[in-house]
Design a protein around this ligand. Sequence first.
Ligand code: TYD
Ligand code: MG
Length: 455
Amino acid sequence: MVKAVPVFTCTACGAAHKKWAGRCDACGAWNTIEEETPLSAAPAAKSLGAARGHAVPLSDLASAEPEPPRAASGMAELDRVLGGGLVPASAVLVGGDPGIGKSTLLLQAAASFARKGLKCIYISGEEAGAQVRMRARRLGLADAPVHLATETNLRDILTTLDAEKPDLAVIDSIQTMWADQVDSAPGSVSQVRAAAHELTAFAKRRGSAVMLVGHVTKEGQIAGPRVVEHMVDTVLYFEGERGHQFRILRAVKNRFGPADEIGVFEMTGAGLAQVDNPSALFLSDRGEPAPGTAVFAGIEGTRPVLTEIQALVAPSPLGTPRRTVVGLDAGRLSTTLAVLESRCAIPFAGYDVFLNVAGGLKVTEPAADLAVAAALLSAREDTSLSPDCVIFGEISLSGALRPVGQTENRLKEAQKLGFSTAIAPARSKLGAPTGLTVRRMPDLTAFVGDMFGAG
Ligand code: TYD
Ligand code: MG
């Protein structure tokens, strides 16, 4: 008999190590290596040559199978993020901070699907049945035909699901599931991996869709090995600032639809309400034109979204001035500051810089560069930009402005929300006229001249 040797696994990337170390060689993360007992202490596999397997049937790429029928929940924001509805036999992982509203979202989703005639099972490993029922009452979903169970034993759950053959099974959460053939604590890497593997396999075997809730670590990743994200078909993140009522459901991986699609919700006293016009919502707090703000016409997934970029620039008492960024990439801020300094001779060296996206949205597009530069300049010079102007464009290291995709959609959205001017890179393809005056800038120097010439 082979004795089970302990294995050390990195909780961030899933790499296995022979002994404990402070830093994982594979991904470079610190303090992420944990001891685990392996799944089975099987002897090293013998050469495959002796025992032959079965030949696998091969087919060509032009299969006649129709597109899988998707089920729409009727929650338009959710259906869009899923790529147009829930695909049968797919596994969806929904990650997010504790308390952000994952259980609320999935209970609402299960109820919506159930009301559309799908057989839905909601399994909670975190809350008692009474708690889930209380929430359902609060959300006005008590009459929805959802089957509820509270269980953490994976074997019992799979037996139940195999017998019931639901169209959708919600598992809240993957970290509470406990597979009895794996002897490590629930929530550990091998438990999470085993649970995700078994549940994904169940989805493929029975044609049921499964939605798994996953907690997120301090670093913002779904707790457990990255391999879980590889196992499932779709990974959604539910994000938002705790103090804000806005919640954003973002597809970061989707085998059945576009990634980077977002759905916007608002957390109300009666659950999550859908937000049909996110731009109006993100700009709703705008008051009088103030120095340090610029409206960015962005694209999130397939949808244009306008957001306000806010900057504060203040003389710094520190040797190394502060750079604080919320909702944007800190690296891009450094680049933008460096370009302003070296191409336009506008130094920020003696200043603290704070940058923020209003409403808690995370903007990842390089197209936000020009709006960031505008907010920074406006804050530094203490002059407000024209309030009816939107800005977009990527700044290259030379100081030139690069056109960005979907210009026409950005302009249309701005026009819809009552803006009259747009500042865009000179080489942008404008498409059909939108009624907006577009001021085209070849480079950052021209933009700076325009800003201070006009204002
Ligand atoms: P929950 O779905 O339990 O979060 P998660 O499963 O991600 O941990 O949501 C918890 C928060 O949402 C809680 O702080 C209360 C708030 N909430 C509302 O504001 N309105 C509601 O109708 C519900 C059900 C929850
Ligand atoms: Mg929960």
